[in-house]
Design a binder for this molecule. Sequence first.
Ligand code: ARG
Length: 719
Amino acid sequence: MKLRLLALLLVSIVISPLASFADEGMWLPMLISKYNYADMQKLGLKLTPEQIYSVNQDCLKDAIVALDHGGCTGSVISAKGLLITNHHCGFDAIAKQSSVDHDYLTDGFWAMRPEEELPLPGKTVSFLIRMEDVTQAVLAGIADTLNEEGRAEKIQAATDSITTSVKGDTGFEVSIESMFAGNEYYLFVYQTFSDIRMVGAPPSGIGKFGGETDNWMWPRHTGDFCLLRVYSAADGNPAKYAKENIPLSPKKFLSISLAGVHEGDFAMILGYPGSTDRFLTSYGINQKLEQLNPSDILLKTVKMDIMKRYMNQSDALRIAYAGDYAYLANFQKKSIQESKALTRLNVYDDKKKLEDEFEAWVNLDSKRIEKYGKVLSSLKNIYDQKMADRADEAQNYIMETVMGVQVLNFAYGANEFATVLAENDSVAEAVADFRGRAKEFYQNYDLRVDREILLKMLTLYFKNLPEEYRPEIFDLIKKKFDNDINRYADYLYSKSLFATPEKFEAFLSNPSLKKLEKDPAFKAVNQIVASYILTRFIQMSYDEDFSKARRLFIAGLQEMNPGKAYYPDANSTMRLTYGQVKSYEPADAVEYDYQTTGLGIIQKDDQSNDEFRVPAKLKELFDAKDFGRYAEIGVLPVCFLTTHDITGGNSGSPVMNAKGELIGVAFDGNSEAMSSDIKYDVNLQHTIAVDIRYVLFVIDKYAGASYLVDEMQIGGNGN
Ligand code: ARG
């Protein structure tokens, strides 16, 4: 490993001053030739840069989509708009379509005919048409001396005018995103489709096999995939759901290779990583370790414990809370592992070292001192303030209270309705709209669960945060309820019009602004939001200094290392990461193979544990060794590891081989390197993908949906 790195380092210095390292980096696809191509070729890539990203020819990027504007990634795998993404990306939709009678979470769902595909209201799929560096146009005429407010205004005006003119009447979505904290700007043009249907999802015993226990872990045996289909109007353009819409005929779809993966193979991923903070300073890491992660973990753990207790009581509650619980569990574990990894990998010390180097470099030159001399001290000051005022931490509490207490979250949505009532305009439409939202809301709501969560959240809020962040409700709790939050919760859930669907319907059938304004949940949420605004005001007192210091820090680092290729932090725009199929050593004397197989599924089988309950039919297929063409020397591959640099949002991204064929679907990272949003660890960071052969085996042999496999273009059989 060390040797290989050294070799790469030498090569990169000799051949190209801007060559990048493999593995690390979420690269902008339009810059492949400049930064990555030489390196990718060396690793084995068989394509030209234009076959990956081009605006002039159909290329791989045309087969890659952002789901829900960047929540997850997917790829097109047939000429009929078939999409593959992760089971956990479709999980909410699957849960929403489920009930106790047809429990698609437990049993899976397979459409055997087009008519059986399930429309998924609200789901969107966006194709990237093109991207462009618009830094010069956006920053034109902005002097270094301009203050931050003036700068932000000019940037806003420039981006507005560019996006408006590019958008024209194309129907495309156009956005301009800041890169490197405002040092560069890129334009993105998308075409978004909104008639998306569920085609197939394995049962949780496959798609979520290993549950929360295995989440973020290797060795892994999860078939974390599901299939969707994009529909268009008859002319191929995006259209709202309509029965007569037709399957999308895509510009490009990925063909699939059954040739499998081997240690050292080149592989790459195109996808939509959501956010990283790779330029975070040591001060920021300190805040994360001391305040942000501990509060996040505490609040999520408390909520999860309550939910789990109820979910264990009935199938209805299990289904109702499945989506919320999975979300909390995923990010709670991520925060726990992130803190551990940051500490274990000494990321703070690394950052400190970099900052010391930066300071020494700045101090060598008076011009640098003028431009960058205050950057680090300013960042330090801001973080000192943040640690003292705890506004960022308070926001964790406020968000978990507002977003995590369903009745408050739902009541918050009534603010718009209040305006409608006040203006007495289009009330009937607003009532119909609210009624629709209520139907969805109450499906996954249980008063007992919610009441308990409110009680615990407010109790922690009261106990742990400085008094200044306490919303007004605490005055009421003191005066009227003798500081007994339990009694306050009783009051809120017995009196609020949002507390039960019946009360809410009674309100809607005779809506009155007065009643709404007096409602305890409506009042509570708006008071908590007022506390949020207070935290924003506190942050705003250093926002400008902060954005300036961050921008200059990054610019300075780039100036300090002119031979290094930098990639911007993830921001839900399309990125390329490339590397190799690779095993790793998570700890002393432990070696992890790069591949898992069906054998491991049987070894983990535990019918008494819902996280590890292997479906009977899967076991039968394993017993019969009925693997069809999907096995390699009689063994069914399940998941594999690569060195790719991904994060949340990349879920569902295609893992492609040197020829751009689909070999797997990325779905997770490994806990040992969970500091990865802040620093890529070259020895530890891996992507976990489900092998496409396991996916096809499940579709074909398990579900018997071979018509879907027939739709795909499959090659590389055993070569
Ligand atoms: N850890 C994965 C990610 O954030 C999500 C996995 C979802 N599965 C689960 N068991 N919660 O990308």
